[in-house]
Ligand binder design. Structure first.
Ligand SMILES: [Zn+2]
Length: 149
């Protein structure tokens, strides 16, 4: 690495990072903006960084991110769990257990079947919610161990 590129790397390291919360243990750490995954320094598990935007059909694997999850109005998601360290916005059809470190927003024509644990739950008139339990405010961390900073 030459001098210019190491200066650039140092600059990008400072400006091009964001705070990523581990959805396994709750640990917060800096991650490069363009990173797709990082490993948590506390629990050593992989964390997915980018926001997840579902526009059509998603069936099967759980959706997990340290960012946000958006289920479009025409999207249909059926899976075990949907976990976001930030917000989850449901505008379409979602069948899953939802956990959010931020808010869960359920839009006016949205359908949500499953349990919710979030800091906040916002339900527009016209939204359909079935299942439960809905625990608000509730921790989005799966582990029974308390999150440590
Ligand atoms: Zn962790």
């Amino acid at each position: 690495m030459n001098e210019m590129s190491s200066i650039r790397a140092a600059l990008l390291g400072r400006d091009g990072s964001r705070l990523a919360t581990c959805y396994h243990c709750g640990h917060e750490q800096e991650a490069p903006v363009r990173a797709q995954t990082i490993s948590c320094r506390a629990c050593f598990k992989q964390i997915s960084i980018p926001d997840i935007h579902v526009r059509a059909l998603h069936w099967g694997g759980s959706l997990r991110t340290s960012g946000e999850i958006i289920i479009d109005r025409k999207a249909r998601v059926v899976c075990q769990s949907v976990i976001a360290a930030k917000n989850v916005r449901v505008l379409g059809h979602l069948e899953a257990d939802v956990r959010a470190g931020g808010a869960v927003y359920v839009g006016p024509e949205a359908v949500l079947k499953g349990a919710v644990r979030a800091q906040k739950l916002i339900i527009e008139p016209g939204a359909q919610l079935t299942g439960g339990p809905f625990i608000v405010p509730g921790s989005f961390i799966e582990s029974s161990q308390p999150a440590r900073a």
